[in-house]
Design a protein. Structure first.
Lengths: 252, 252
DNA sequence: AGATTGTATATTGGATCCGATGTTTCTATG
DNA sequence: CATAGAAACATCGGATCCAATATACAATCT
């Protein structure tokens, strides 16, 4: 499996990670979180690692991304790094300027509001399509993910658990294109959500609403599950916006 | 303006285009269709040109895309070409395999159905949001695009006119993220739509439905405009699917 | 002193070269 | 003559080198 990749890139997985070469603030990025076996090229690894680091908030908004530094980190040349950065820009996660470099993209409050509105529309529809196709197995998985909220104390994992819960239900809709869009939308705002969830106590409400959605799914009530999902997302969006308005000014 | 770009890439615009270097079947691709001034790099130009060629059907489904051939076409090296191909793959327009190359991605009938269903959901909502914000100016523009259907005999232009009509209304919603998604969705299925429109006489119905949507917009009836848009897209999807089922088998 | 210009450094985008691997063709042998 | 193995060819991903440009800072002029 690993042999499929250039050795220089795969090496950090098994050997010691060259932390000394990493610029300040970068040590939090862990390559172990990237599934090497699914990567076809070094650019895939760099892309996935950077994407994770951005959506998890390890790379702060506005942080400079220097090609040669990243190349050094991944023990590769700048070519795969550029390809990864180009893809990240395509997805709106970073912005680049010629001869000046790339920075992690920030979102204005208006943009965040739009994305939540959009997510509410899509995800409500996805769950409506999913409910009639739910099996006992997928419901069990959703139940487990729902309970994982209660047992997980590490707030850094909440974002991941949140995704797992929703996706476990969404998968049943068998709409890969919808899910791809949902994933991209969540990527954009995930780090803001994580910050808000850990700093405020928005988790208790999320737990309650998740239980409600799950119950509607178990009852087979597609319309109710859709409405609850819609309210859940819009409510989370409103909470996030008020949180951000306190943190930063209205114009940002 | 042009000076912002490496000379070798910008050259074909003003000087003679090296058609001799282009492999067979490629002469239909015209660089003039790409707005050079908005491109920050050669990769942007290659990306836009290939994207246009794919969505307009100039590059057939399954067609091989060789890096060095494309690089020859654009009078550049393979590096920007690879970046462009990587971005196209991210958007699902092509698929690549190591050491084997890239091919224009094809969609199964199920995937096409899903995308139309998705578009109906999003675009209906976009027009619902747009109607209250429509001004006389944007309505005039939409009216002009709607009439352009009647006067345009060149069927190759219908796809472009269709986009212009819908987008002129959608813009008023002031939802850039929605529009970005709409654009990406349309990119995926546009070439199939174009083929179907020119080979069947689906244009008359499209004309009629466009007029209905426009009238609802003029009347300020957001719900009706949304419903008509939804029906318009779903109807076009059904027509396309039956067309494709006749052309190819159900499994493809 | 402040503004302006010139130079050194940093950083990006692109070209060329190289190694790895898939594909095709040709030859040798049963 | 058919088939298996080898060799030539094609193609891709990555590394290294080079050109263009932005920024920072020092030197110079008013």
């Amino acid at each position: 499996m690993l042999g499929m990749l250039p050795r220089a890139v795969a090496a950090p997985i098994t050997e010691a990670w060259p932390f000394a070469a990493i610029p300040q603030g970068w040590t939090a990025m862990k390559l172990e979180t990237v599934d090497i076996r699914q990567a076809a090229s070094a650019a895939d690894i760099v892309y996935e690692a950077l994407r994770k680091a951005i959506i998890e908030g390890d790379l702060a908004e506005g942080e400079n991304l220097r090609q040669d530094q990243i190349a050094l980190m991944f023990n590769t040349s700048r070519i795969p790094v550029r390809e990864a950065l180009s893809r990240l820009e395509q997805n709106g996660l970073i912005t680049t300027q010629r001869y000046k470099g790339a920075v992690v993209a920030g979102l204005s409050i208006e943009e965040i509001e739009e994305i939540f509105e959009f997510r509410a529309l899509i995800e409500a529809e996805v769950i409506r399509l999913a409910v009639p196709k739910l099996t006992g197995k997928t419901l069990d998985a959703a139940r487990r993910h729902c309970q994982a909220f209660d047992s997980e104390a590490n707030s850094a994992m909440w974002g991941e658990i949140n995704r797992n819960f929703h996706y476990s239900l969404y998968e049943a809709a068998r709409r890969p294109y919808y899910l791809q869009i949902v994933r991209a939308s969540l990527d954009r705002i995930d780090r803001y959500l994580r910050a808000q969830l850990t700093l405020t106590n928005g988790m208790s409400r999320a737990r309650r609403e998740h239980k409600g959605i799950l119950d509607a799914c178990i009852a087979g009530d597609a319309d109710k599950a859709a409405e609850l999902t819609r309210d859940h997302i819009l409510g989370a969006g409103r909470a996030l916006v008020t949180f951000l308005e306190e943190t930063r000014g209205r114009n940002d």
